[in-house]
Ligand binder design. Structure first.
Ligand SMILES: CC(C)(COP(=O)(O)OP(=O)(O)OC[C@H]1O[C@@H](n2cnc3c(N)ncnc32)[C@H](O)[C@@H]1OP(=O)(O)O)[C@@H](O)C(=O)NCCC(=O)NCCS
Length: 168
């Protein structure tokens, strides 16, 4: 039986997170393969809202991060969920779903107003992320950009800025 534990990252996990994140995004059309660096830059800037790992035994098999975003209409308390990575050889086993559910639970418990994410629209749609035509992430093909109101009941409008750590 597959059983995975979700826990917060610790200092000793940093090299494994870097390696996993690098491997997960190879060949993804919405990626410039900068995600491993982004996670490190967020951590270094003390801007990781959270960083959860999925582990099986002693092995890291998945990771998800979140950080605050800014929105040009002044809406506050929204967060970018991601990067999310599952080890290529363990994809399709439910690990990504567990990580996303844990991340959204954490955001709800924090009282977050909403979340945005970049990635596969089918995967994100499973967690009720929706197309947000009035919300724009500069430089990103809109088909890969999705939003999910949490405490807010409506989608904001305007431009979204992730933390500077994403500019690599
Ligand atoms: C996307 C990702 C995080 C999903 O993790 P995972 O552990 O493979 O996902 P799960 O096993 O929980 O899959 C949940 C469902 O989503 C589907 N799914 C998973 N990855 C998908 C993808 N890239 N495109 C479409 N559907 C996907 C699965 O088929 C599964 O559906 P099913 O239950 O009907 O079979 C993982 O594939 C990954 O690391 N991808 C590379 C990095 C990446 O693209 N990150 C951004 C993603 S938004």
């Amino acid at each position: 039986m597959n059983s995975f534990t979700i826990r917060r990252e610790a200092e000793a996990d940093i090299p494994a997170i870097r390696d996993l994140t690098s491997r997960a995004f190879v060949d993804k059309p919405y990626s410039r393969q900068r995600e491993a660096a982004i996670v490190e830059r967020l951590r270094d800037a003390d801007a990781l809202t959270f960083s959860f790992m999925a582990v099986k035994g002693a092995s890291l098999v998945g990771h998800i991060a979140a950080s605050a975003v800014k929105i040009s209409d002044g809406t506050g308390n929204w967060f970018g969920v991601g990067p999310i990575s599952v080890a290529p050889e363990r994809q399709g086993e439910g690990i990504g779903s567990l990580l996303m559910q844990r991340a959204l639970q954490e955001l709800r418990e924090m009282g977050a107003a909403g979340a945005v994410s970049v990635g596969d629209p089918t995967f994100l749609g499973r967690f009720d992320f929706v197309d947000a035509p009035d919300l724009r992430l500069p430089g990103m093909d809109p088909q890969y950009f999705r939003a999910l109101p949490l405490a807010d009941t409506t989608l904001p409008t305007g431009t979204v800025w992730y933390h500077d750590a994403f500019v690599v």
